[in-house]
Design a protein around this ligand. Sequence first.
Ligand code: NAP
Length: 345
Amino acid sequence: MSQPTPLLTRDASLQALNTFGLPARAAWFTAIETPAQLAALIAWPELKRLQRFVLGGGSNLVLAGDFDGLVLHVRLTGRALIAEDADAWFVRAGAGENWHDFVSWTLECGWPGLENLALIPGTVGAAPVQNIGAYGLEMAERFHTLEAVDLETGETVVLDRAACQFGYRDSVFKREAAGRSLITAVTFQLPKHWRPITGYADVARELEAPGIIQPTAREVADAVIALRLRKLPDPAHIGNAGSFFKNPRIDAQAFQNLVARYPDLPHYPQPDGTVKLAAGWLIERCGWKGKTLGPVGVYERQALVLVNRGGARGEDVLRLARAIQASVRATFGVELEPEPVILGA
Ligand code: NAP
C-alpha cells in the first residue's frame, strides 16, 4: 500500500491512548497535528478503502479487541474568541484541545457558560460526539457550530446544532457519521446574560457549605471540580471511562410499578413523559458497588464507573458490564445501555 505524506504507523499500540488503559492494536495509525497533514491524508487514495476510527482523548472508549483499520488521532489545537454580539461570545477551539483546559481558559477570559462541564476528561472534538453533560448542563446548550472533514468526499463542512442531531449523550457522530466525519474545530456560544445552573443537589450543597448564595461561574466550576475529585477516579491512577451506563428512561406505567416496590427510587420526570432513573443507584442496589470481577471492578465511591484494577482487557470490561446488566434486568426489569463507544468487538 502506498504511503501518504503524513507518516502512518503500522500495528500501533492504543493502550496509552485510552483512559481505561486497555491493550489493543490498530492495523494503521496516524496523528493529525496540522491542517496540512489532514489535507495530505485526505489526498491519499487508500484512505477510503480502510475502516476508520477517529480518536480524541480516548476517555469514552472501550477497546474490546484489535482494530483492523486506521485510527486517526486528532491533535489539532488553537483557541480564540472569533466574534461577539449583544448576547454571546463565540469561542472556537481546535478539536485536539484538552476539554478541561479549554473550559478553564474561557473562565479566565471572563466568558462563563461551560463551568458545569469542568474536569470532564477528553478533548474539545470529542465533546459533541458524546454531547457531554454534567450537573444539569449539556454541551449542546452552549454549542454554536463545528467544522468537520468528510473523509469520504474530502469536503469541509460546517454543521449546526440540528445537523449534529444531539441527544442524551448522543449525536450523529456516534451513528451515521462515525468514522466518516473528522471534527476539526468547535465553536461555542457563551451567554453574556449568564445565570448559574445549581439545580443539582450536590452542586447546591457544595456552594451552600461555604455560604455562597450568588455564585460566580468560577465558583460553580470549583464546586463541580471538588465534587468530581471526590466521587470519580482519576484516570491517571485508575483506568476508567467515566460513567459506564446511560441513565435509563422508562415509561410512566413502568415507573409506577417500580416505585410501588421501591419507594426510595430516585427519579426525574422528563418533558416527554418518560421518567429518568439513576443507573448508579440501580447498580448499587444490586450489590455491585466496590465489587471485583477478575481484573475489573465497580468503583467504591460511584457504582456507575467501572475500573481497571490492573491488567484488564476489553473482554473483562464487557463481561462485567453484561453481569451488571443482567442483575439490573432481573431485579428491576430495566435495560442498561453502555455509554462509551465500544471498538473492535
Ligand atoms: P448523582 O448526583 O449521583 O445523580 C445520579 C443521576 O441522577 C445523575 O446521573 C443525574 O442524571 C440524575 N440527577 C441528579 N440530580 C438531578 C436533577 N436535579 N435533575 C435531573 N437529574 C438529576 O450523579 P453523579 O453520578 O454524581 O454525576 C453528577 C453529574 O455528572 C451528572 O450530571 C452526570 O451525568 C455527570 N457525570 C457524567 C459522567 C460521564 O462519564 N458521562 C461521569 C461522571 C459524572 P444526568 O446524568 O442526566 O445528569
